[in-house]
Design a protein around this ligand. Sequence first.
Ligand code: ZN
Ligand code: ZN
Length: 342
Amino acid sequence: MKMQAAFWYGPERLEIEEVDVPQIGPDEVLVKIGVALTCGTDFKLFRKGHALLVKDIPSPFGHELAGTIVEAGAHVTRFKTGDQVVAANSAPCGTCFFCEKEQWNLCENLEFLNGAYAEYIRIPAQIVRKNLYKIPSHLSFKEAALTEPLACVLHCMDRIGVKPYETLCILGAGTCGLLFVQLANLYGTQPIVVGRGKEKLEVAKKLGAKHTVSILDPEFKDKIKNLTSRYGPDTVVDAIGKPETWQLAVELVRKGGRVWFYGGCVSGSNVSLDTHRLHYDEITCSGIFHHTPAHFSRALQLIASRKINVAELIRGEVRLNDLHQIFQKGNLDNPMKMAVIP
Ligand SMILES: [Zn+2]
Ligand SMILES: [Zn+2]
């Protein structure tokens, strides 16, 4: 049997091709994709490749998905043909050095799953065992497919451990920025959101940002200070992933505050940091990457309880054959999420 699938051939080269439907092993399932969502990471990968996600070229493409099981391997007992499911794009092995330290997101054997921009996808055994879930019947594929990015943001929010009386500043009003806003509200705090597009900042306000500040405003740094008793925010999260925004995060945070680098920069990026700020001002900086099975499961529960506004995050639909349209040049700067329908 043949299917249509997207492949990445190198910077800004994407092809839709007819290939064989994947064969599955006894511990795997075959999913007919209902919806795949575009993600900022995919846009970064499209332009420059990705250190962890691309193993071979041509590479399958797309990683946020929900669909229907059309074949289950002989050893699979928890799922059957016809189940509607959402799969994470990886699962930890549970036995490596990092898994033993319970740093599941840093597992050496994550085996990232790409290939959601296709008609079918093979879900590897490790994901079937640890990071595949049936979708509650009241949820659409579109809503369920948002589980992966929400799991990443939830992971970060847990690590931040934000207190309701503390000020949280989010750099970026893209999908993840807007998920941060919604989760922050669930955690009892209304963040300040710093972004570029007027429309996105309005959405941030609507979803629960206490204040929004445009980075295009020459006074924006002063504005943030004025909103945070002149010292700066207690916590700043970079949800953009550019060297300049990482530096901005360090510049904005208050003395003794914390910076979380949530957005990954393209491979090979370097950032210079003001040692005075780190040493004398005692700023704590940390990267935060990916998700864990516990966060993936909780993210799906949050979506199922309709605590996350999905409609504001997914802006439209595109057919798989028209995928080029959204990945073309000029369209790449911080696009909103789209649902890709095979
Ligand atoms: Zn993603
Ligand atoms: Zn591991």
